[in-house]
Design a protein around this ligand. Sequence first.
Ligand SMILES: C[C@](O)(C(=O)O)[C@H](CC(=O)O)C(=O)O
Ligand SMILES: [Mg+2]
Length: 297
Amino acid sequence: MLHTTTTAAGRRAAFRAGLAAPGLLRLPGAPNPLGARMIETAGFDGVYVSGAVVSADLGLPDIGLTTLSEVAGRTEQITRVTDLPVLVDADTGFGEPLSAARTVQVLEDSGAAGCHLEDQQNPKRCGHLAGKALRPPEDMVRTLTAAVRARRDPDFVVCARTDAAAVEGLDASIDRARAYVDAGADMVFAEAMAGPADIERFRAAIDVPLLINMTEFGRSELLTATALSDLGVDVVIYPVTLLRLAMGAVADGLRALADEGTQAGLLDRMQTREQLYDVLDYDAYAAFDESVAGFRP
Ligand SMILES: C[C@](O)(C(=O)O)[C@H](CC(=O)O)C(=O)O
Ligand SMILES: [Mg+2]
């Protein structure tokens, strides 16, 4: 009930332990706190807060329009209801290196286990779209140095994302990743890998945990968890999967409701009242309330 039974520091330590252990950590992107509850119930290893999802949720494209407060607010709502570690997409850090330092502290205070910062120029865009522009690697190194120095909990994971593979080629992206690790990044997010061969080369070139993005309708071949694990990947994110599934169902449902004038034919595709209340632990709240109401000192 009320859901979080662990501290943020405990969840950060657990995330570190998960990264140090063999095997792949699977982090679906939570469209909202309810989705995070469902991710936990379904047995996943962590929750991802996707910039694309936060933007889309606000009716905005993912081009760096969201603010740190919006992302941190969503992060806090999510970390409050799950015992899983939460990894946050911090885009380009919301400003210059000093702002990236503040971003890390604000996200720590939001209960996150870590965040990733990317080497795109603003306005940034989805890593799988054409037309990305990169910052010089030295700028990104400054951002990472500031981010790493700002954290107060050494377990907070600072992950460096490089978007260079699709712009400057794989070799350049590996060079960048190495420089980012030298600057203190704990993990590397190799964005928009085409397939297993790219991942294999990246894996062999860096000696910190590697994060791979299995986003749909992008540049990357969708690989199974087993294949990713066999390639030595440590973390996989499915950033927009749940939002796409839910919104696909919403579009179908709206069409059917408009055409048929009733939602009666859609019931078997819905989360039932019972299933929803299960996720929310409704009975425990009712029992708690009753025990308080019936309490006799
Ligand atoms: C991972 C990502 O940064 C996100 O915001 O979730 C996006 C996902 C997407 O747009 O599909 C990305 O740039 O890959
Ligand atoms: Mg993003």
